[in-house]
Design a protein around this ligand. Structure first.
Ligand code: ATP
Ligand code: MG
Length: 579
């Protein structure tokens, strides 16, 4: 793909869709630049025609005109800013939507290799940089250049000598403002860093307050905090210093220039050969030079940042997506006559080390399979592969011949119900935790599935029942969250259930209840479970024992009890500890 493509594409499409707004904006920008040159001209006229010859005629009208011109500048400025914001936001939205579409297509592997912080900053800071690139940097630079040119030309027309002086002033003003801007920016960045250190320290302390108390780390936290605060104090002082010194310095330079012009044009020198009105107008025009020059400095600086923002967004857009082939799901959707096969599957997260190797098995429709094996052997990984979240490096995983990796995410919920020990909450009501705001899930289904896991009574005690907003994380206990996770998985009645260690955080009575219910459910579902505690698991048709990334043994519980020493020892040990 071509470089800069996403950003360029988005800007192009926004321009195409909003062509009339763009034209209007160009017009407004010109009107703004030109109108800002008017007041000095009116001022010159007033002085030369009325004030110097002491002539009152038409003075009131001229005063209105002057005010009108100022008003017009404000109006154009307002219109310009409004249009820029509108266009900028449209571009931002376009880029973010395209990025979101992209995000949905990226292979899940990408997220295990990249920190989420980087992606978040792609979406936030980098897109903002693109917005500011368009609104303030490019357009801002154009406006500022025009303004500067307008001022210089206006002065030049009064007097060539004065014009030359104005041109000579440009680099001087530029370098002086840059000198301070650079130091100010450095101070601001240092300050941001130290502020974030202070803030992070607080949030870290609050988050880990129990650990800090338990391990008596208070003094350590305190001394660190003190250090960050002192640091922050110093950076704030620097920021304030540059902030407060900048305007007076600009004012001093401006008055020096005004003094210079006045001296040069005094009668004794009469060097410039201009009228009093022109002097006044030039003073005003030169005063107007400072702001665009200051802005130009900042804009040149921001360009660097914006370009790297664009670069990073495009880089994000170029992350390879594993293309999914389109598949025909008509035969498997709605059917529970599904068989899942692992065909000689090998998988690795990192390039060199295989987590799973040559895994080969087939699950018949409605079969119940339990995977056992030591911590870290790759059981959860195997489940993610089974649902097509990860792509095998060798071999394939199919359901009735269809490659699971090709099943679109939008259909997955109809086929797989996955439960592990985590229960990511989304913002919304209790019912929405189960439906996930999926319109195809009815309220009846939500109630049924919550009833199925035995949470109805508890939910009825909540303030608004099913419609209680879940704001705090502690509305539900660990075990209740586990039950919610099961309800969320089964609400769409998927034919294949994958249960990863789901009974670990439940008390033994609830556990038994859940197992009984799932046992019942298993009559029309295929169930894959991962369990550490063999004695408490759902009775299975087959057990697959994993070791060192391979299938070490498999068979019915009865045969394994006879043939597999590891399995037999495990069961016996458990009986000892649990009885
Ligand atoms: P447990 O019983 O503790 O849940 P498990 O059998 O489910 O273990 P997995 O979570 O599948 O084990 O992990 C298998 C191996 O893969 C581990 O060595 C783990 O470090 C590694 N692993 C898991 N997830 C990732 C990831 N996103 N990126 C890199 N390596 C990973
Ligand atoms: Mg696991």
């Amino acid at each position: 793909m071509e470089k800069n493509s996403l950003v360029r594409e988005s800007i192009k499409s926004v321009i195409k869709k909003n062509f009339s707004i763009i034209l209007l904006m160009i017009f407004i920008i010109f009107a703004f630049v030109i109108s800002s040159l008017l007041p000095p001209q009116i001022l010159r006229y007033i002085i030369d025609n009325n004030l110097a010859p002491r002539n009152n005629e038409g003075l009131l009208l001229l005063a209105y005109l002057y005010m009108g011109a100022i008003f017009l500048i404000g109006l154009f400025d307002l219109a310009k800013e409004t249009l820029l914001t509108i266009i900028g936001q449209k571009i931002t939205k376009e880029v973010r939507m395209k990025m979101m579409e992209k995000l949905e297509k990226i292979n899940a592997m990408f997220f295990s290799k990249n920190e989420s912080g980087k992606i978040v900053s792609n979406f936030t800071n980098d897109v903002d940089a693109i917005n500011s690139m368009f609104t303030s940097v490019i357009i801002g630079m154009i406006i500022d250049c025009f303004k500067i040119i307008g001022v210089v030309v206006s002065i030049w027309l009064f007097s060539v000598k004065l014009g030359i002086i104005a041109v000579l002033l440009l680099p001087i003003i530029y370098y002086i403002t840059r000198f301070f801007q650079k130091r100010m920016l450095k101070a601001q960045i240092d300050n941001l860093v130290s502020v974030s250190k202070v803030n992070n320290h607080i949030s870290e302390s609050v988050k880990n307050i129990r650990m800090i108390k338990l391990f008596s780390k208070e003094s350590y936290m305190e001394s660190n905090y003190n250090e960050y605060l002192v640091d922050n104090y110093e950076t704030i002082e620097r920021v304030t210093f540059y902030d407060s010194i900048f305007s007076p310095i600009i004012l001093v330079i401006r008055s020096l220039i005004i003094a210079l012009i006045v001296i040069l044009s005094s009668e004794q020198l009469n060097f410039l050969g201009v009228s009093v009105g022109m002097i006044a107008a030039s003073i005003e025009l030169i005063s107007n030079l400072f702001t665009p020059i200051e802005n130009l400095g900042m804009e040149l600086q921001n360009i660097q940042q914006s370009i790297s923002g664009i670069y990073r967004v495009n880089e994000f857009y170029e992350i390879s997506e594993d293309a999914k082939d389109s598949v025909d799901l008509t035969n498997i959707l709605g059917s529970n006559n599904l068989s899942l096969s692992f065909n000689n599957v090998t998988f690795n997260y990192e390039d060199d080390k295989n987590v799973l190797e040559n895994i080969d098995f087939k699950i018949k429709p409605l079969e119940r399979i339990t995977f056992v094996g030591r911590t870290g052997v790759g059981k959860s990984t195997l489940f993610k592969l089974a649902m097509g979240l990860l792509k095998p490096s060798k071999g394939s995983i199919t359901i009735n011949g269809i490659n699971v990796y090709n099943i679109p995410n939008s259909e997955k919920r109809k086929i797989f119900g996955y439960v592990d020990q985590s229960f990511p909450m989304l913002s919304g009501t209790v019912a929405e935790q189960i439906s996930l705001k999926d319109n195809s899930v009815t309220f009846e289904q939500v109630k049924e599935s919550l009833d199925f896991v035995g949470l109805t009574d508890y939910i009825k005690t909540l303030e608004n029942g099913y419609n209680t907003e879940v704001k705090k994380d502690n509305l539900f206990s660990q075990g209740q969250k586990q039950l919610l996770a099961i309800a969320r998985a089964i609400v769409t009645n998927p034919p294949i259930l994958l249960l990863d260690e789901i009974t670990a955080s439940l008390d033994s009575i609830t556990e038994e209840k859940i197992i009984t219910v799932l046992q019942k459910a298993s009559q029309n579902h295929s169930i894959l479970t991962i369990s550490h505690r063999l004695s408490s698991m759902i009775s299975s048709d087959k057990i697959i024992i994993l070791e060192n990334g391979k299938i070490k043994n498999s068979g019915t519980p009865e045969t394994l009890l006879k043939s597999d020493d590891w399995y037999r020892n495990h069961i016996e040990l458990e009986k000892l500890t649990w009885n």
